[in-house]
Design a protein around this ligand. Structure first.
Ligand code: G3H
Ligand code: ZN
Length: 278
């Protein structure tokens, strides 16, 4: 069933679990992730990043993901990840996304607040939820220019109060696109953010988080854990293996079977670590 993010993150924030937001590139990974969520009878968030929306127009991608969500037996939110403009948010909403992230993390605080407020007003008017980012989660990829800045708890408080976002992404030690689980989480910073705000918290760059820390973070007011690289690696490596093992095959649908199964298993493992499926 297609839903926005509100109930998913509010419930997760007050419970001992967190809901994964998985980056997907299309039908194959989306369907595999939803199959895992159905097995565990838990909600899930399907997100499209900048690469995905550059590859496929919003209305086509939105249509595919909306279809997967509407057919699901569990709540599924279709979320725009790292949107950069008001226009992008509007395009995503028109394409059927039920939730958008506005990422003004590279802007001065007041400008980030002003832009986020405008998107919150527009999106809430049509029942769409909004996530935004304070501080900035950097990238473990030199081709992406983005400064990394830890979240100041006082700024998180001001940002959450003034913007009215449904969920707030904070920078507490992760980096996007890490290929190993080597992030060092700053729990002191997270404690302080929790103390000063009421908003459900989102962690980006969660491929880099150890299994122990995923279990621990799920018990905080962390409601959404964004995971992209980990599942892209599983899909890509299994796809390469399948193609190499079947040199005479050319039908790509046959190549997708094993990577989809591998993604289903990997997504389910992350969900269990995050306290889902109990
Ligand atoms: O917004 C997307 C996530 O933060 C994914 O990060 O690819 O490092 O897991 P990751
Ligand atoms: Zn992110």
């Amino acid at each position: 069933m297609l839903v926005n993010m509100k109930k998913i993150v509010e419930d997760a924030a007050k419970s001992n679990y967190a809901v994964p937001g998985f980056n997907v590139f299309g039908y194959e990974d989306a369907a595999a992730i939803v199959a895992a969520a159905e097995e565990l009878d838990c909600p899930v968030i399907l997100m499209t990043n900048r690469d995905a929306v550059a590859h496929m127009p919003f209305d086509i991608l939105g249509g595919v993901l909306r279809g997967v969500a509407e057919n699901a037996k569990v709540p599924v939110c279709v979320h725009l990840d790292h949107g950069k403009t008001f226009e992008e948010a509007v395009k995503a909403i028109k394409a059927g996304y039920t939730s958008v992230m506005y990422d003004g993390s590279q802007l001065p605080l007041e400008e980030n607040i002003k832009n986020t407020k405008e998107i919150v007003r527009m999106a809430h008017a049509v029942g769409v939820t909004v996530e935004a980012e304070i501080g900035s989660v950097g990238y473990n990829d030199p081709s992406i220019e983005a400064k990394a800045v830890y979240t100041e708890p006082e700024e998180a408080k001001k940002f959450a109060e003034e913007t009215g976002v449904d969920a707030l992404a904070v920078a507490i030690g992760t980096l996007h696109r890490m290929e190993t689980q080597a992030a060092k989480i700053q729990y002191d910073r997270l404690d302080k953010i929790q103390e000063l705000t009421n908003v459900p918290i989102v962690i980006h760059g969660s491929t880099g988080i150890t299994d122990d820390d995923l279990q621990k973070l799920a018990k905080y007011r962390v409601a959404k854990i964004n995971i992209g690289t980990a599942l892209r690696m599983v899909f890509g490596y299994k796809l390469r293996e399948t193609i190499e093992a079947n040199p005479k095959e050319f039908d790509r649908i046959k190549f997708f079977k094993e990577p989809m199964e591998a993604v289903r298993k990997a997504a389910k493992e992350k969900m269990i670590l995050l306290g889902l499926g109990k």
